[in-house]
Write a protein that binds this ligand. Structure first.
Ligand code: MV4
Length: 500
């Protein structure tokens, strides 16, 4: 096992990785920019190195500086977390060449999965279902248009270098086809420096269902069932759950097998995710593979009992995966809500400032993966996700109830958060019924997101909860009902508060 690793990330995921290292007895090195100096990931790590300038390119994306720090401080490995350098094949290669193990798959696999056309072709060859369309070599606009007509309408033009919806164009009829191909190419060129596109039949009401994979470096590969991630806003996931409310036993078996086939087809190692889309008839199609530990990994950890972050470290150090597929049992239900510093009543505009008060809910089967504490600064430099609130229960209904309770006991003061918005979603009848398609937010929350709603609601709720948690009544009650068997009685501190 590694003796010392550097965590090339910040926030809740850096904290999550540090905790896994602590359990395994691995020494940790945090890196941070000056606005993150009092962040929990800095406080928790054994060593913390200041990168200075908070701009992402000068800090958490600064490959030469990160490698230099890792060398100087004798790190055996680097964990990239998610985002930043996690899916950058050049970074993975630079680490490995410097003799520092990149905790993740090989640079070749990262590279292959980053090219959406190459990934699709590989999966098609391996027998994993892909969305019908054109993903060939022709890039001439007229030739692409001809292929588009064969597919029929509506269709989708997608960027080969894309993902996350960038460079995507829906085409409803032939007269818009050429224009859309040109538009998608232009957007892709300016976003990714590459204008290669491909075409797909457009699925009207898809769901996003992904399978968690674990594979060791000896080729043993298993899946840890699915996560339903359909509730998104502008390709940003907001709420995830496991199991999916629409999954059947038969479909789960098939898709799990397909996910393992997909991973094996590319020689995948470490933790990864195979994303699928499913249509109304429950046909499933490979969409892409994410070569990292994902934000939503905790719901898989809670429903399987497997610690994904620890397995990432063990696998990267060369240990074989001792789990067999039949050891993995999906039990109960887990939901994750992403807590963002953003204003849902103002177009989800990120909110910055000082966190004057943070109080996280505590209780049985409530997990908070948090990257913040009171007095931290929320800057405009990074993603505004503050933490993740995860609840677990024996079934979906109880899990929803628990999440509602937990959200109503989550206090964030100093910046605007999306907590009240999440509460509205968790209260929505269509959510309760499991009608969580990718159009959920647009369909049921357009009135919340487009118009300016009364903002103080959330502040008032937080204040009321805060007051109820911190009122003095507790001390008085304790005195009046003081336990006659309390050891404090003999120590002169039994009577707290006023005498009756
Ligand atoms: C699609 C689609 C419908 N049909 N492809 C959006 C992000 C990118 N990873 C793929 N995306 C989509 N691809 C076909 N052929 C609909 C989406 C899509 C979507 C997918 C998953 C989760 C949320 C979504 C929201 C809008 C569109």
């Amino acid at each position: 096992m590694f003796k010392k690793i550097l965590i090339a990330n910040r926030g809740e995921i850096a904290v999550r990785i540090i905790k896994a290292c602590q359990e395994l007895g691995i020494h940790t090195i945090a890196i941070y920019s000056e606005v993150d100096a009092s962040s929990p990931h800095v406080t928790l790590a054994d060593e913390a190195i200041n990168l200075g300038d908070p701009t992402p390119i000068e800090s958490y994306l600064n490959i030469p500086k990160i490698i230099q720090i890792a060398k100087e401080h004798h790190a055996d490995a680097i964990h990239p977390g998610y985002g930043f350098l996690a899916e950058n094949p050049d970074f993975a290669q630079t680490c490995n060449k410097a003799g520092i193990k990149f905790i993740g798959p090989t640079p070749e696999v990262i590279s292959l999965m980053g090219d959406k056309i190459a990934a699709k072709k590989t999966m098609e060859k391996a027998g994993v279902p892909v969305i019908p369309g054109y993903h060939g070599l022709k890039q001439d606009n007229k030739a692409l248009a001809e292929e588009g007509k064969k597919i029929g309408f509506p269709l989708l033009v997608k960027a080969a270098a894309g993902g996350g919806g960038k460079g995507m164009r829906i085409v409803n009829s032939e007269d818009m086809l050429l224009e859309s191909i040109e538009g998608a190419k232009r957007e892709s060129k300016s976003s990714f420096g590459d204008d290669t596109v491909f075409l797909e039949k457009y699925l009207e009401k898809p769901r996003h269902i992904e399978f968690q994979i674990l594979a060791d470096e000896q080729g043993h590969t298993i899946h840890l069932f699915e996560r339903e991630c359909s509730i998104q806003r502008r390709h940003q996931k907001i709420i995830e759950e496991s199991p999916s409310p629409v999954m059947t036993k038969k479909l789960r078996g098939e898709m799990g097998k397909a996910a393992v086939t997909a991973a094996k087809a590319v020689g995948y190692s470490n933790a990864g995710t195979v994303e699928f889309m499913i249509d109304e008839h429950l046909n499933y199609y490979f969409m892409e593979m994410n070569t990292r530990l994902q934000v939503e990994h905790p719901i898989t950890e809670l429903t399987t009992g497997i610690d994904l972050a620890k397995w990432q470290l063990r696998i990267a150090s060369g240990e074989p995966l001792t789990l067999q597929q039949t050891d993995i049992i999906q039990r109960g239900h887990a939901i994750e809500c992403r807590i963002y510093a953003e204003d849902p009543s103002n177009g989800f505009l990120p909110s910055t400032g000082t966190l004057h008060k943070v109080e996280e809910p505590k209780g049985p089967n409530i997990r908070v993966d948090s990257g913040i504490v009171t007095n931290n600064i929320i800057s405009a430099y990074y993603d505004p996700m503050l933490s993740k609130l995860i609840t677990y229960a024996e079934n979906r209904g109880d899990c929803i109830q628990k999440m509602r309770w937990a959200l109503s006991h989550y206090i964030v003061m100093g910046v605007t958060s999306n907590i009240w918005f999440l509460r509205k979603v968790l209260e929505h009848n269509e959510f309760v019924k499991g009608n969580t398609t990718t159009h959920f937010i647009d369909n049921y929350f357009s009135e919340w997101t487009k118009t300016k709603k009364a903002l103080p609601v959330e502040a008032l709720i937080s204040l009321a909860v805060y007051d109820s948690l911190h009122s003095k009544k507790e001390e008085i009650v304790r005195y009046k009902e003081a336990d006659p068997h309390s050891p404090w009685k003999h120590m002169g501190r039994w009577r707290i508060g006023k005498e009756v």
